[in-house]
Design a protein around this ligand. Structure first.
Ligand code: PLP
Length: 415
């Protein structure tokens, strides 16, 4: 369901017209719908109600405290990939005992921080990381709860940058080597081996890679249990795709149905780390047209939003729908344009060869499906202050991150 729809020709979410936010807060601005964000979290959680499970929202996807506090209020957990994300998750009220920690390059200080906080488990991605976690746990007189992130070598059929479970990937431990590493970890008095983890990629619109993964991990689970390991958790990562353009993305319910039937009556608590499926279609990026520039070759709609605000088109060539905040009148002929920003890179575009209604300077556009890997991947490139973030809740909205100022740009710098 699209939470951003036209009402009386104005694009709105819940009870608030985006035009009002653009006028009052300025642009570029990320506008999130709390109903969408929470609705997607609830859909995920209830899809698995037949089985013990924990939904750990992937913090890197959209990490504003106000969003994380929605996760906390629903009693859900977090999947983190850095100490900074742990700091955010705890600040927002997410319980440490519901936090899982993934990532190939955890530093010693991050491991200490997470151990001291009492997280649910470390998703360990290599043998040297396992040794480091063990020695830090020993120093602190603690037993570290661990899962191994297993690389099942399945092809998620997604953008190459988004595939993480192929055998050439930097992520995880190859499934064939996992058993021997598990057996070593089992005998380590500083470790408590409690789970199997994986995350095969992102923006998957086919369910068969997930089904293949479940069947491979079930085999491993059987071997581990036969070897006397008490595996309580099976963490299947995130990765469920969304509709940006015309992709036929499965719903959380369809995803759950396949996974639960693949799993059978295996007694294990499932963990999921959804990110994009929660946040992606929960926000739009509202931008303003600066110039309509016509060259002999192309027509450029130059806006105040750019690749530093939303890098996905530049980084992955990804598609985001672009829609005017005020709906064009029926019968208006479209123009074919590149929607670009002010950044000094030819790779700075938000949409290419796109048909949109004619626009003029001052008009607002919404770049849709911008909630996942949008603000969280934004930067200050070209010394552009980062955009504001706004959250709509019913008939009102609030600023959940102030637009950065020029002073913010030089924070911590010296002459
Ligand atoms: C990025 C990431 C996720 C979230 O992936 P989505 O495709 O956004 O659901 C989950 N787990 C891990 C380990 C990740 O790195």
């Amino acid at each position: 369901m699209d939470h951003f729809t036209y009402v009386n020709s104005q694009l709105q979410a819940e009870g608030v017209a985006l035009r009002r936010i653009a006028d009052e807060v300025g642009t570029p601005v990320f506008v999130y719908s709390s109903a969408a964000f929470e609705g997607h979290l609830r859909a995920f959680d209830s899809a698995f109600k037949a089985k013990p499970h924990l939904v750990c929202y992937s913090v890197k996807v959209a990490s504003n405290l106000a969003l994380l506090s929605k996760v906390a209020k629903l009693n859900l957990g977090a999947d983190i990939v850095s100490g900074g994300e742990l700091f955010r998750a705890l600040k927002a009220g997410i319980l440490a005992e519901k936090v899982v920690y993934s990532g190939v390059g955890k530093t010693a200080s991050e491991i200490k921080q997470a151990l001291a906080a009492g997280i649910l488990m470390f998703n360990v991605e290599s043998e040297p990381e396992l040794s480091l976690v063990s020695s830090i746990a020993k120093d602190q007189g603690l037993k570290a709860p661990v899962a191994l992130r297993v690389n099942p070598d399945v092809d998620p059929s997604t953008h190459p940058y988004l595939a993480t479970g192929l055998k050439e990937s930097k992520f995880g431990v190859p499934v064939a080597e996992a058993l021997s590493l598990y057996l070593r970890a089992k005998d380590d008095p500083n470790l408590s081996v409690i789970g199997i983890d994986c995350h095969i990629g992102s923006q998957l619109t086919s369910l068969s890679p997930f089904v293949d993964t479940v069947s491979r991990l079930k085999v491993l689970l059987g071997k581990l249990r036969a070897a006397g390991l008490n595996i309580k958790y099976l963490d299947l990562g995130g990765g469920l795709g969304i509709t940006y353009e015309s992709e036929n993305a499965p719903s959380p319910a369809e995803y759950a149905q396949k996974i639960l039937s693949g799993l059978g009556d295996e007694e294990v608590t499932l963990i999921f780390e959804p990110g994009r499926a929660v946040a992606g279609n929960s926000a739009v990026l509202v931008i303003k047209v600066l110039y309509d520039k016509i060259t002999p070759e192309k027509r450029f709609v130059i806006t105040d939003g750019a690749m530093n605000d939303l890098i996905r088109p530049s980084l992955y060539g990804s598609h985001h729908a672009v829609a005017p905040l005020t709906q064009a009148q029926a019968g208006t002929d479209s123009i074919k344009v590149n929607v670009v920003g002010p950044v000094c890179e030819s790779g700075d575009f938000l949409a290419k060869d796109r048909l949109i209604p004619p626009v003029s300077a001052g008009d607002y556009l919404a770049v849709k499906s911008a909630g996942a890997y949008g603000f969280s991947m934004s930067s200050n490139y070209n010394s552009r202050p980062r955009a504001a973030e706004v959250l709509i809740e019913g008939d009102s909205y609030r600023i959940i991150r102030a637009r950065e100022t020029q002073e913010d740009l030089i924070h911590g710098e010296t002459l």
